[in-house]
Ligand binder design. Structure first.
Ligand SMILES: [Zn+2]
Length: 128
């Protein structure tokens, strides 16, 4: 199991298995720090999503109107044990283990659901 330090990542320095979720200026449309994630099966990578809405919505807090976001893999199947992940009271969500074989030609698109915001459908895949 890869050990990951929650809370130490900034949006402009995300690795391939970190996805920052923020908002476009205006606050209606979600944006992500990377449109495609890559998780390594052999490295036992976990994918982490984290909230960056505070950049556009000053005073945005967690634990009050939670969950902040939910991600759902219901388009192309899920590469993980689970197919949906919900942010915790700190604005983080972490995947569980990769359960599919690496295939860099196969993309898994997912939906980001944020209450009151437009949907966004980024994706990603599994590398060796
Ligand atoms: Zn949030």
């Amino acid at each position: 199991m890869a050990t990951r330090a929650l809370g130490l990542i900034t949006l402009n320095r995300t690795s391939e298995c970190d996805v920052g979720i923020g908002l476009e200026p205006g606050g209606k449309t979600p944006k992500v720090s990377r449109k495609l994630f890559w998780v390594s099966k052999s490295q036992k990578d976990l994918l982490q999503w984290f909230c960056q809405r505070g950049e556009v919505e000053p005073g945005h807090v967690h634990g009050k109107d939670s969950p902040c976001f939910t991600v759902i893999f219901d388009k192309d199947g899920t590469p993980f044990e689970s197919s949906d992940f919900t942010s915790n009271d700190r604005g983080y969500a972490c995947s569980d283990n990769v359960v599919v074989e690496p295939n860099e030609a196969r993309l898994y698109h997912y939906r980001i659901i944020m209450k009151g915001k437009e949907p966004l459908d980024p994706g990603g895949g599994v590398k060796p």
